[in-house]
Design a protein around this ligand. Structure first.
Ligand SMILES: Cc1cc2nc3c(=O)[nH]c(=O)nc-3n(C[C@H](O)[C@H](O)[C@H](O)COP(=O)(O)OP(=O)(O)OC[C@H]3O[C@@H](n4cnc5c(N)ncnc54)[C@H](O)[C@@H]3O)c2cc1C
Length: 409
């Protein structure tokens, strides 16, 4: 019996190793479009590979919750660590994020590849699958190469980050096979905003960003290090908000409300400004009121946005001017027009939904003996190791289901 695993990325590699270990008689073939497997793993976690998190729960994910439960019920942090320890990988934790001890993503890929080799798993490189006929016959895009298998696992990822092999090849295959999928959009990418902030390009700050809809209702709020780009906002908090922003900005305009001093309550900022004004010289420029709490470039920008000259002597300020200044510091508003594209995104939102699966499994309801794993499923996670955790976990679960099927035949 042969299983074709389409895609030698995170989920495909974890699946191949698990299947061959559980079912040594199975001929396991990894079919990979690129000339090397696991290329994206090298780019993860800024080259360090944040492979899981010590706090794994459904709340870190977006998509079909029953599908997320199906995977997380079988695969928690300990299971992930056990899997990697079984490959000889040692890990360390930083604020809940788990990395390889080497702090080098290549180590994660290498232990997987060594096990693939040790177990005698075949890898068909430079094989970009273009069609799958039930039964199964898998053909590459040139139509010149074909492979046959009894079972197929679709582990070819989503559409984010085409530079690492994932440019959305899975979706036409799903259509060919008559499998529906939830609409896809980019997630974990920068927000695009109006270009008023262009002068701040490159400026980093610790703050919070709240995403609001047209009625000022809160969609989400994230805190951490943010960075202005020439037309938007980058950094983990912006990334975390981008999945919702990408979907919602298709139909409406959103607002990002930035707090440049999230550790200070609104009233504390106003008190601070009043205190500075009272105790300084009356001829001091208004810019000096902000010196102790904001970077100068940002302070000048916020004053300019209010139509205030940075050199205005503080004795000329009215109480309402101070209130507006405090408001700018605690709730500067920008229009969010969208997000960066799939090319610059880390993950794909949308994909194969739970109602396309046999209850409680990762097997297709409409095409027997066809399984799914990883980002192709309708699940995406937050930054912090959640996407790789789901990829390993779903690959391992699908492999176990295939092994069990093979045993029962
Ligand atoms: C820059 C970056 C950094 C990231 N950092 C992290 C992180 O630190 N932690 C984290 O949890 N997540 C991170 N992610 C997300 C994580 O890498 C993915 O969610 C995860 O790799 C998805 O696993 P997968 O197996 O579904 O797909 P992938 O790992 O994307 O693998 C899919 C494989 O399928 C192959 N393929 C595609 N089409 C075909 C075809 N037609 N025929 C054959 N093969 C094909 C691709 O070449 C690829 O090798 C990051 C993503 C990016 C882009």
């Amino acid at each position: 019996m042969r299983t074709l695993i389409i895609g030698a990325g995170a989920s495909g590699l974890a699946a191949a190793v698990t299947l061959k270990r559980d079912c040594p008689a199975m001929d396991v073939v990894l079919v990979e479009k690129l000339s090397e497997p696991g290329r994206k793993i090298l780019a993860t976690g800024n080259g360090r590979c944040n492979l899981t998190n010590t706090d794994i729960s459904v709340s870190w994910y977006h998509g079909d919750s029953s599908l997320i439960y199906t995977v997380l019920n079988t695969f928690q942090t300990e299971d992930c660590l056990d899997f990697f320890h079984s490959l000889g990988l040692l890990t360390l934790e930083e604020e809940g994020r788990v990395y390889p001890l080497s702090m080098n993503a290549a180590t994660v890929r290498n232990v997987l590849l060594e096990e693939v080799e040790r177990l005698g798993i075949t890898v068909a490189f430079d094989f970009a699958v273009g069609s799958i006929a039930p039964g199964f016959t898998v053909t590459d895009k040139s139509g010149e190469r074909t492979l046959h298998g009894d079972f197929v696992l679709l582990a070819l990822g989503g559409k984010a980050d085409a530079a690492h092999g994932t440019d959305g090849d899975g979706y036409p295959l799903l259509k060919q096979l008559g499998i529906r999928y939830a609409p896809i959009s980019p997630s974990l990418t920068a927000l695009k905003t109006d270009d008023r902030i262009r002068p701040l390009k490159g400026l980093r700050f610790r703050g919070s960003a709240a995403l609001l809809d047209g009625n000022d209702d809160l969609i989400g709020k994230e805190e951490g290090e943010l960075q202005f780009t020439n037309n938007g906002l980058s950094g983990i908090p912006a990334f975390q908000l981008s999945g919702d922003a990408a979907v919602l900005t298709k139909t409406k305009t959103l607002t990002a409300q930035l707090d440049f001093c999230p550790n200070l309550p609104d009233v504390a900022v106003l008190d601070y400004l009043e205190d500075r004004r009272m105790h300084g010289s009356p001829d001091e420029p208004v810019l000096h009121l902000l010196t102790g709490i904001l970077q100068e470039k940002l302070a000048r920008f916020l004053l300019e946005e209010l139509g205030m000259d940075a050199d205005t002597p503080v004795h000329r300020l009215r109480t309402e001017d101070l209130a507006s200044l405090a408001e700018q510091v605690k709730g500067y508003k920008l229009t969010v027009t969208g997000t960066k594209s799939f090319k610059d995104a880390q993950v794909t939102r949308g994909g194969v939904p739970v109602d396309e699966l046999v209850d409680g499994t990762l097997e297709s309801r409409v095409v027997p003996n066809l399984w799914f794993a990883g980002e192709l499923l309708n699940v995406d996670g937050a930054c912090g190791g959640y996407n790789l955790h789901f990829a390993w976990g779903s690959g391992i679960l699908a492999a176990k289901e295939i092994a069990q099927r093979a045993e029962n035949i």
